[in-house]
Design a protein around this ligand. Structure first.
Ligand code: 5GP
Length: 110
């Protein structure tokens, strides 16, 4: 089922897209939990890691490499950052379209 992220990807809702390529976009989180808080979102509608399969290997690897590239661009790769994905309601997922949170500035402690 489509979510607000599909509307953002399809440019139906204007958003400050920080990065875009054929497979994904990166945007600033509307409600940042850290000094830097980006969302890296595949253009393909995948609900979360549970619904990903072997056909999504390239996308999943790509998303992580884009996180790394953005961390370098934002000059946080040396100081450190977090990549986080929530899975399902019990895992804290509120938007049911796969995304990685890229966080830096005040670490979420586990
Ligand atoms: P989740 O809780 O599913 O892991 O993360 C969803 C994230 O999407 C939340 O951190 C929330 O602030 C963010 N978010 C929800 N709606 C929008 C929106 O319309 N625009 C942006 N930029 N972020 C959103």
């Amino acid at each position: 089922m489509s979510t607000i992220f599909s509307k953002i990807i399809n440019k139906e809702i204007p958003t400050d897209i920080q990065y875009e390529d054929d497979l994904c976009i990166a945007i600033n989180d509307i409600n940042p939990k850290a000094k830097i808080h980006l969302l890296i979102i595949p253009k393909k509608e995948i609900q979360n890691i549970n619904s990903a399969d072997e056909n999504d290997q390239e996308i999943l690897g790509h998303l992580l490499l884009v996180c790394k590239k953005l961390a370098v661009d934002l000059k946080i790769s040396e100081s450190g950052y977090q990549i986080l994905t929530n899975i399902g309601e019990g895992g804290g997922q509120t938007v049911m379209h796969l995304h990685f949170h890229l966080l830096s500035g005040n670490a979420v402690t586990l």
